[in-house]
Write a protein that binds this ligand. Structure first.
Ligand code: PMP
Length: 416
């Protein structure tokens, strides 16, 4: 067990950021092998929106296994799959007047991104795809080609041949970056081919909690319609209720052609799902298959999470309520140190980031100090200069406040 004995092991893992061995978890808390408890403001980068070992999900899984439900069915029709589809359509799509086909694409986020890009290129017969600065869409070859940060790739093995990058909202301060995008589409000398699709996160999770405005998203949608470009929203990290609505784009009233979902869509189990407008179903039989597309345990977990949290607005309201607690407290902490440090707070729902503008290393130090206090927080941004807050959506108020107290203590210790 070399990885656990040698924290500097060449095997990469979170043990370097959070140097302990976790063994049990419940709600918004993790416990390590020594019995030390940690408040979790990371939630598997948005995979545990319903919390660790959610009681509704665990009991549904145990019950399903006890009655010998199908665990693996390749992509065959199963009861678990049928029930998940019905629930998703009734509780998520219909109330929002959304008409999408569902395609199960494998266990990971990268799997669904690859599928979306492949389908967009197939339908439009064009290879170029536009992505945005600081965007993150996964690290397999196609997804990596549209992931902004060069740190994840080497030019020798991933080319950007079929991808063009445009500045995300806010990249040039207040200037509307879509003017640049529009000009490049209009101007034949720009060297930009009309893309098959545009892919974006409405809040860039790995890229630094950069938040696209409602107006910017609406204008981007119009631009896509004008140039016959498919609009793909990658809702893997900030979908599934993270912003208070089930989809992160709902607040802008836009209607993407495709939506990629993963992380919390499986209720904590591996699953990814592509939603696409019915007329885009131009796959030939067998053109896009894969062994682990239909994880029946994830269908069970997902169905029960939707039934318990999306029948009414309770979870949404709870997210907005807890957003206020999180935001107010982060603003208070920020105010304390604003004189000495250039700090910016951004976010929506329960996805917030605190950026340290003049010294990128501060965010990582806060994460380490917070760990010592018993709080798990990750960093993000192209220089890891942003402390990221993604607590489970079901976190109770007491644990949220406890985590924020630990954070403030960690920052006070660091800056003293
Ligand atoms: N898209 C987004 C927005 C993500 O946040 C991630 C994962 N952080 C991915 C795609 C890739 O998901 P996975 O790591 O499961 O391949």
């Amino acid at each position: 067990m070399r990885i656990f004995e040698n924290l500097e092991s060449e095997v990469r893992g979170y043990i370097r950021s959070f140097p302990t061995i976790f063994s049990t978890s419940k709600g918004a808390k993790l416990t390590d092998e020594n019995g030390r408890e940690f408040v979790d403001f990371f939630a598997g980068a948005g995979t545990l929106n319903y919390g660790h070992n959610n009681e509704h999900i665990s009991s549904a899984l145990i019950e399903y296994l006890q009655k010998d439900g199908i665990v693996h069915g390749l992509d065959m029709a199963t009861t678990a799959k049928k029930e998940f589809i019905e629930t998703f359509e009734n509780l998520i799509l219909k109330p929002r007047n959304l008409d999408y086909k569902l395609q199960f694409t494998g266990p990971t986020g990268a799997n669904v991104v690859e599928t979306a890009l492949k389908l967009a290129r197939l339908v439009k017969g064009r290879s170029n795809v536009v992505a945005f600065t600081n965007g993150y869409h996964g690290l397999s070859q196609g997804a990596l080609a549209v992931t902004g940060n060069n740190e994840y790739r080497d030019e020798s093995y991933i080319s950007r041949a079929n991808a063009t990058f445009m500045p995300f909202d806010g990249y040039f301060g207040d200037w509307n970056t879509l003017e640049y995008f529009r000009k490049f589409l209009e101007d034949g000398s720009s060297g930009v081919d009309i893309p098959a699709a545009v892919i974006l996160e409405t809040i860039q999770g790995e890229g630094g909690i950069n938040v696209a405005s409602k107006e910017w998203l609406q204008e981007l949608e119009s631009l896509c319609r004008e140039y016959d470009i498919l609009l793909i929203v990658d809702d893997i990290q900030v979908g599934n209720g993270r912003t208070g609505n089930f989809f992160s784009f709902e607040f802008a009233g836009i209607n993407p052609d495709m939506v990629t979902l993963s992380k919390s869509i499986g209720g904590g189990l591996p699953m990814s799902l592509l939603l696409f407008k019915p007329d885009l179903d131009q796959w030939k039989p067998g053109e896009h298959t894969g062994t682990f597309r239909g994880n029946n345990l994830a269908f069970v977990a997902s169905k029960v999470s939707l039934e318990n949290y999306w029948q009414n607005d309770d979870l949404s309201n709870a997210v907005f309520y807890k957003e206020k607690i999180l935001k107010d407290r982060l603003e208070k902490i920020m105010k304390k140190y604003e004189g000495e440090y250039k700090i910016e707070l951004r976010g929506r729902g329960l996805a917030y980031g605190l950026e340290f503008k003049d010294d990128a290393s501060i965010a990582g130090e806060i994460s380490s100090y917070a760990f010592e206090e018993g709080l798990i927080v990750e960093t993000c941004g192209n220089q890891d200069q942003v402390v990221k807050f993604l607590p489970p959506l079901v976190i109770d108020e007491e644990t949220l406040t406890d985590g924020l107290n630990k954070l403030e203590k960690a920052i006070d210790r660091l800056f003293k």
